[in-house]
Design a protein around this ligand. Structure first.
Ligand code: UT7
Length: 329
C-alpha cells in the first residue's frame, strides 16, 4: 500500500520578541493575567517589511535541507495562511519564487488555525492519487501581527508570527509501516461569527460587520468552549476509526492557543502531561503555523522518536477542526 511520510521538517520565527511586559505598556493588561489565563509569556513579531512569504520561505528552506532535497525536487507547494502577502497571487507562488523554483503548482489553503492539518490532508491526497508526484512542500505561515487590533487587550496578547514547513514524500521502503495513517477534518460554518477578520470591500461585509474594522474579533469564551469540545471529539474519532487508543500515542501536538485549553483536553482524554507537547509560552498562537512549529520543536527536543505514533489536533475560525495520526519514520 502507498504510504506518505513526513520526510523533512523546518520552522522559522522572526527575531523580534514581544514580551508580556512590553504589552503592559501598550494595553490595560498585566503579565500575570496573560500567563494565568493563557500560559503565554512572549511571542515573536515580524518587522513591517517581513511578510508571511519570507517566514514561510525560511521554514521551507530548512525543511528541504532536513529532507535532503532541493526545490527542484518539489512537485507541489501548499501554503496554509490567513495572512497572505496579498489578496492574490497565492503566497505559495511568492514562496516558490523566493525558493528559486520554477513551474511548480502552487496554491493557498485558508482554514485559519486548522489550516496546516487541512493542507496536510490535501497534500497527502495529491501524493496518493498522482503517481507522478514525489515530494510536496506543506507550509503554515502567519504574520498575525498584521491583523491584530493592538488596542484590543482581549486578543492582542494572544497571537504571534512564525512559520513551519514539512516535506511530504511517498515512501517505498518495504520494511517500514511509517507514514501519515489518517487525517480527519471538519467545520461548522454556522459558527463563523465567533472568530473573524473582515476584509475591506466596497459592497460592505456579510452580516454588516464592516464598521467594526478589519482586525481579528473573537468571542473568547465561546471559542474556548468550542475548541475543547471539537479538539477532544476529533481526536477520539480519528483514534477510534483506526482502532487505536490514546495509550498507543507517544506524543500529542495540539494547536497552541491557550494552556488552559490544552490542559482541559489532556484531562478529558486522559493524556499524561509528558505526552502533551506545549511551546506556546514563547510562540503565542501562530494560527496555521502553530502545529508545524511545534512538530519541529518536539523533534529537536527529542519528544518525537522514530517509530512513534504522533497525534496532532487543531481548531480554528470557521469554526474548523482537524486531526492527523502519524506513524513517525
Ligand atoms: O486559535 C483559535 C482558537 N482561539 C482560542 O482558542 C482562544 C479561545 N479563548 C481564550 O483563550 C480565552 O477566552 C481568552 C484567553 C481569550 C480570554 O480568557 P477568559 O478566561 O475567557 O477571559 P474573559 O474573556 O472571560 O475575560 C475575563 C476578564 C474580563 O473582565 P471582566 O468582564 O470580568 O471585568 C475581560 O475584560 O478579563 C478581562 N480581560 C483582560 N484583563 C487583563 C480580557 N483580556 C484581558 C487582558 N488583560 N489582556
Amino acid at each position: 500500500m502507498e504510504r506518505v511520510i513526513i520526510r523533512g521538517v523546518g520552522s522559522y520565527v522572526p527575531e523580534c520578541i514581544l514580551s508580556n511586559a512590553d504589552l503592559e505598556g501598550m494595553v490595560d493588561t498585566t503579565g500575570e493575567w496573560i500567563v494565568t489565563r493563557t500560559g503565554i509569556e512572549s511571542r515573536r513579531i515580524c518587522l513591517d517589511t517581513e511578510m508571511a512569504s519570507d517566514l514561510g520561505c525560511e521554514a521551507a528552506r530548512r525543511a528541504l535541507e532536513n529532507a535532503n532535497i532541493s526545490v527542484c525536487d518539489v512537485d507541489l507547494i501548499v501554503v496554509a495562511t490567513v495572512t497572505p502577502d496579498m489578496r492574490f497571487p497565492a503566497t505559495a507562488c511568492i514562496v516558490q519564487e523566493k525558493l528559486g523554483g520554477t513551474d511548480i503548482p502552487c496554491f493557498d489553503v485558508n482554514a485559519v488555525c486548522s489550516g496546516f492539518i487541512y493542507a496536510l490532508d490535501v497534500a497527502r491526497n495529491f501524493l496518493l492519487n498522482n503517481s507522478k508526484m514525489k515530494n510536496v512542500l506543506v507550509i503554515g505561515t502567519e504574520k498575525m501581527s498584521s491583523i491584530v487590533d493592538w488596542e484590543d487587550r482581549s486578543t492582542c496578547v494572544l497571537f504571534g508570527d512564525g512559520a513551519g514547513a514539512v516535506v511530504l514524500s511517498r515512501d517505498t521502503d518495504e520494511n517500514s509501516d511509517a507514514g501519515i495513517l489518517d487525517v480527519l477534518i471538519g467545520a461548522d460554518g454556522n459558527l463563523w461569527r465567533l472568530l473573524r477578520c473582515p476584509i475591506q470591500s466596497p459592497g460592505g461585509n456579510v452580516g454588516n460587520i464592516s464598521e467594526e474594522g478589519y482586525f481579528i474579533k473573537m468571542e473568547g469564551r465561546e471559542v474556548f468552549k468550542e475548541a475543547i469540545k471539537r479538539m477532544c471529539s476529533v481526536a477520539e474519532d480519528v483514534l477510534q476509526r483506526n482502532n487505536l487508543t490514546i495509550d498507543d500515542v507517544a506524543c500529542v501536538i495540539p494547536h497552541q492557543a491557550n494552556m488552559r485549553i490544552i490542559s482541559a483536553i489532556a484531562d478529558r482524554l486522559k493524556i499524561p502531561k509528558e505526552k502533551m507537547f506545549v511551546n506556546l509560552q514563547h510562540t503565542g498562537n501562530t494560527s496555521a503555523a502553530s502545529i508545524p512549529i511545534a512538530i519541529d520543536e518536539a523533534l529537536q527536543n527529542g519528544k518525537i522518536q522514530p517509530d512513534d505514533l504522533v497525534l496532532t489536533i487543531a481548531f480554528g475560525g470557521g469554526m474548523t477542526w482537524g486531526a492527523a495520526l502519524i506513524h513517525w519514520k
